[in-house]
Design a protein around this ligand. Sequence first.
Ligand SMILES: *Cc1c(COP(=O)(O)O)cnc(C)c1O
Length: 229
Amino acid sequence: MTTLPAKLQAVLVRVARAASEYGRDPAGIDLLAVSKAWPAADIREVAAAGQRAFGESFVQEGLEKMAKLRDLGLDWHFIGSLQSNKTRVLAEAFNWVHSVDRLRIGERLSEQRPASLPPLSICLQVNVSGEASKSGVAIAEARTLAHAVAGLPKLRLRGLMTIPARSDDFLTQRRPFRRLRELFEQLQADGLALDTLSMGMSHDLEAAIAEGATLLRVGTAIFGERNRA
Ligand SMILES: *Cc1c(COP(=O)(O)O)cnc(C)c1O
């Protein structure tokens, strides 16, 4: 059985290879270990190997693991779908939320972020492929939403996130990532100080790196296959 530290190391090697192949500075590509469905003990093992940022998709599950791992001082990113009645715990407990796709959610997170904490880091989730079943703001509405969210006092808009339709073809994988990068560059040209393109998962992280990803969200390749979620 491959150990968790060895799987983490293998992902870091993939990232370094892809960075070199596509002319990217590896220092500009961070890894978010997506730990949804995996127990706190596994996170502890991966953290001991040097990983600091972990992603969770379910609020309650994330809070329970945070409580068990408080001694480690990890960074917690919420990447799941957002419900209005869950924003308060998110604003209080997480460092990042990647899945903001409407202004009302942003406003609630800003209102509910405790004054004692630094601003909550935010990515807007963009539905690049336009699939009706997917959450995320439509490309055509993303610019207006970005400017509105950037003006909220207790949030820091960091960038954009997307979950494209799954494909095993490299060129097909690159297309939605390129579209997200173009939107990102347009927002930067508007004057928004964005630094994060959250894109790329276990099966398509090379394509995301080729298109400028700065934050990869990787679960399966580090922790193994999930039976749920
Ligand atoms: C589960 C999940 C991931 C990780 O996917 P893997 O294929 O396991 O790497 C990344 N991003 C989001 C939003 C997820 O829900």
